[in-house]
Design a binder for this molecule. Structure first.
Ligand code: ADP
Length: 273
């Protein structure tokens, strides 16, 4: 059963009357709890790479003299530092999104440009993981919002698709209109990777939730990528859909309200004709 948090205060007394204000604080309390959890998680997540870097540095200081070992430690320090950098950037991004002022000045966003930019940013990753990147679908679609944020969302989905795939598999991004509602743009990122068990599918959008912590960490994951995607979608009035089966792959679809070209009349959905 949900709890109910009522705040009652005497707001004024005068001329033989007492004004009492009762306010439902349930929602406010929930926000407070979430913020407290978030801060606890953030400090835990930040401590891990910082601890690892300190330990590695101490080991070198204590006199690791084999150059091969020193190089190995330096490489691991660089990897942890990189993860720390991504983590800090994502925490900032997420708090901006949660403040809700991320979309203060919406603009027309060209989906073609978003996809091209997101693909550019993950190309090196895909090459070193030997994952083939392909894209296709309808061109010229637009949404209203923040191009940088939509690009970040698509990039996070591509990053994950590559991260949780085996070499010599394919990751594709496809753009189209929703067959049942031509006012919705669908951007689908499809992989042939490890997939996500049914029981975890709801939870992967939570901050810092990972199905396999070791694999996420080893590949530079922060556990924040999908919660950022979810917030970007919500801020644009859209949603994220997930289909996945372990061993068969995953499809994450960003669904956003379409910005219609000027003068174009609403179409009757094909399904209704
Ligand atoms: P991370 O930085 O760990 O990838 P995300 O928030 O992006 O964090 O994703 C949360 C978790 O969801 C991941 O740790 C992983 O277990 C799972 N996941 C996300 N995308 C995929 C995918 N394409 N294939 C398999 N598992 C995925």
């Amino acid at each position: 059963a949900g709890s109910f948090h009522l705040q009652v205060r005497v707001a004024g007394i005068g001329r033989g009357r007492i004004l009492i204000l009762a306010e439902d604080r349930t929602a406010a309390k929930r926000v407070e709890d979430m913020r407290r959890d978030f801060i606890a998680n953030v400090s835990h997540e930040l401590k891990t790479p910082v601890g690892a870097i300190s330990l590695l540095a101490e080991t070198v200081e204590a006199g690791a003299d084999d150059p091969a070992h020193v190089r190995d430690y330096a490489g691991r320090m660089r990897k942890e530092a990189k993860r720390l950098g991504v983590l800090v950037q994502e925490i900032i991004e997420l708090s901006r999104l949660q403040e809700g002022d991320a979309l203060a000045e919406p603009e027309d966003v060209e989906i073609d440009e978003v996809i091209a930019e997101a693909l550019d940013r993950v190309r090196v990753e895909a090459e070193s993981s030997q994952v083939e990147l392909v894209s296709g679908g309808r061109r010229g679609l637009r949404v209203r919002g923040d191009a940088a944020l939509v690009t970040t969302a698509v990039r996070n989905l591509l990053d994950n698709a590559i991260r949780y795939s085996e070499p010599r598999t394919r990751v594709s991004v496809g753009v189209g209109l929703d067959p049942a509602d031509s006012d919705l743009v669908r951007i689908a990122v499809v992989d042939q990777g490890i997939g996500i068990p049914k029981a975890d599918q709801e939870r992967v959008f939570e901050r810092f939730y990972r199905v396999d912590k070791a694999r996420s960490r080893a590949t530079g994951g922060t556990g924040l990528g999908l919660s950022i995607v979810k917030h970007v979608a919500a801020d644009h009035g859209g949603t994220v859909e997930l289909w996945s089966a372990p061993g068969r792959g995953s499809t994450f679809t960003l669904v956003l309200p379409r910005l219609r070209p000027q003068g174009e009349a609403a179409q009757v959905p094909e399904a209704a004709q």
